[in-house]
Design a protein around this ligand. Structure first.
Ligand code: NAG
Length: 203
């Protein structure tokens, strides 16, 4: 009985504390990227001062550096972290959906730097005149350590970034539903040409 009431209180408070997760629905991330809402909000901070509120509008300049991601991690669990843009090259013409901005697997506990970066972080780079793009950050708890045989992509390359599908990736690796997530919106600014140059500079 006690356990049951504790469980009910947790469920209620989780819902009450995270009304912002509804932004996943308002902005159509469910169903465009996910079939259901993540369980919790993911805490993302850029440059130690810009904390993302789910659904925020930011500029590419503000999110150019790799953010800090915080969650209540189990030190004995591996996690997968992803950031995708379903609006490539634009929300109405999304033939490159999703663009993979970041994908790290086998993160031990919450030590993102110790994970296996399949795709190194690159910030938002929405093309000029394509309006606001949605950037979705998701965290999955892995049932076990993944064996990933594909190649890695650095932050100097676009290779294998377009036409990625995080839901398919999660299904394929049996990651289940994301345990946490957040999203922000951004449109073109003067950082985008700098990022484009970087993405064409390596492999
Ligand atoms: C690209 O990634 C490397 C690590 O592989 C990092 O040292 C560098 O700062 C990154 N560059 C940018 C512009 O994010």
């Amino acid at each position: 009985m006690l356990l049951l009431s504790v469980a009910i209180v947790c469920v209620l408070s989780a819902v009450q504390c995270n009304p912002d997760l509804d932004a996943f629905k308002w902005h159509g991330v469910v169903p465009d990227v996910l079939s259901q809402l993540p369980e919790q909000l993911l805490k993302i901070t850029y440059d130690n001062r810009l904390m993302i509120m789910c659904g925020d509008i930011v500029t590419p300049t503000q999110v150019k550096n790799i953010p800090t991601v915080e969650w209540a991690a189990d030190p004995d669990t591996y996690y997968t972290l992803a950031m995708v843009d379903p609006d490539a090259p634009s929300r109405s013409n999304h033939k490159l959906r999703e663009f993979k901005h970041w994908l790290v697997v086998n993160i031990p506990g919450n030590n993102v730097a110790k994970g296996d970066a399949i795709a190194e972080y690159v910030g938002a780079g929405p093309p000029k005149d394509t309006g606001l793009h949605r950037y979705v950050l998701l965290l999955y708890s892995q049932p076990k350590k993944l064996t990933f045989s594909g190649s890695r992509v650095s932050n100097k390359s676009r290779r294998s970034r377009p036409k990625f599908h995080i839901k398919q990736f999660a299904d394929h690796h049996r990651l289940g539903q994301p345990i946490a997530g957040t999203l922000f919106l951004a449109e073109y600014d003067e950082y985008v040409p700098i990022l484009n140059k970087q993405l064409s500079s390596g492999q």
